[in-house]
Design a protein around this ligand. Structure first.
Ligand SMILES: [Zn+2]
Length: 349
């Protein structure tokens, strides 16, 4: 591993990072393809501790959380609250498991209700799988469906997708003993994503809304959201309208300025929108065809060189950008007889 690579992943090392003011970052391991760890943030006072996000419901994560809390003088039973940023398994599921034993209180954004319902349907085999046949047909990527079904992907953890104790509305102020956090609705990554903003201490617990090293995936959620990118760009603008704060992300190291990273993410999507428009101008009419014409990841890789899961995510990202171009009137949208979304350059004028 080169030095630069080692530094890039220093944040995943087990342990506790003291951020001052009773706030600690505790990275927990993940068995997922691209993401190596998820940060849980502990906000401690003499009587107990509140956590932002919870990790995945697997034994290594649970043990590392217990070890991290012990290091700062607490046990799992001292956790009063889990303030979860969104419904994804690496953020929510360990909270549900620990609640069975310790009766801590779980809070989640009310916009995630639809995703929780859709997740249960998916687990029971009643609803659409992520990117089921219909979804991939719409994206013009049916051939990926065949490859996906051959892979038999298992969920990484067995999870009881139970409701939280509390659904948080946008703008709710959470009165912790040492500080007040405001829950801010930031849809895009998922439709009900929340960030927790401590304006007084200039801290942003950003979940997966703003990540320092990678571009958050957009609308990868069981309930689906065709407007995910448009929502996301709105949420980035909303974040800029809040006072700047240290960025405390769910994946990656703590960074000095949330605003600085938001500007980079906005620039990234501007570039990607231009590339997507160029692909349509070159005659690529579906999300799948356009995705194949675009270079991916920071290393500018060919679509064909991505693994299957990344290909599906890339087609989904491309569809999200096509929807924004259509909304802005730069491309027109129609649906083929087979149910595939088709895009064309909008006539001038
Ligand atoms: Zn995550």
């Amino acid at each position: 591993m080169s030095h630069a690579t080692a530094d890039r992943y220093a944040w995943i090392e087990p342990g506790v990072e003291d951020l001052g003011g009773g706030v600690h970052r505790i990275p927990l391991p993940l068995p997922l393809d691209g993401l190596k760890a998820v940060n849980v943030y502990a906000i401690a006072d003499p009587d107990g501790v509140d956590l932002i996000d919870a990790g995945i419901a697997l034994v290594p994560a649970r043990e590392q959380l217990a070890a991290g809390l012990r290091q700062i003088g607490y046990e799992l039973g001292d956790v009063r609250n889990f303030f979860v940023t969104h419904i994804h398994i690496d953020h929510y599921s360990l909270a549900v498991e620990l609640r069975k034993t310790f009766h801590s209180v779980i809070s989640l954004g009310e916009g995630e209700r639809a995703n929780l319902v859709a997740t249960r349907e998916m687990v029971d085999g009643r609803g659409n799988r992520f990117f089921g046949i219909d979804g991939l047909r719409r994206l013009g990527a049916l051939q990926l469906a065949t490859e996906l079904s051959a892979q038999h992907r298992q969920p990484p953890a067995l999870v009881d997708w139970e409701d939280p104790d509390r659904w948080l509305a946008d703008g709710t102020d959470l009165d912790l003993r040492t500080r007040t956090l405001r829950a801010v609705h930031t849809p895009g990554h998922t439709r009900g994503h929340l960030v927790y903003h401590d304006a007084a201490a200039q801290l942003m617990f950003a979940g997966d809304h703003v990540l320092p090293h990678i571009t958050p995936s957009i609308g990868f959620e069981p309930a689906g959201n065709r407007m995910a990118l448009s929502d996301y760009l709105g949420s980035l603008a909303r974040t800029l309208a809040l006072p700047d704060a240290r960025l405390l992300p769910a994946h990656g190291p703590v960074a000095g300025s949330t605003h600085e990273r938001v500007h980079e993410l906005l620039a990234h999507h501007d570039t990607r929108l231009a590339e997507t428009l160029a692909a349509v101008q070159a005659g690529h009419a579906t999300a799948f065809e356009a995705a194949k014409a675009i270079k991916w990841t920071r290393r500018h890789r060919e679509f064909a060189d991505l693994d299957l899961f990344s290909q599906v995510m890339s087609v989904n990202e491309t569809a999200a950008h096509l929807e924004v171009l259509a909304m802005r009137g730069q491309v027109t949208h129609s649906v083929s007889a087979e149910g595939t979304d088709l895009y064309q350059v909008a006539p001038a004028g």
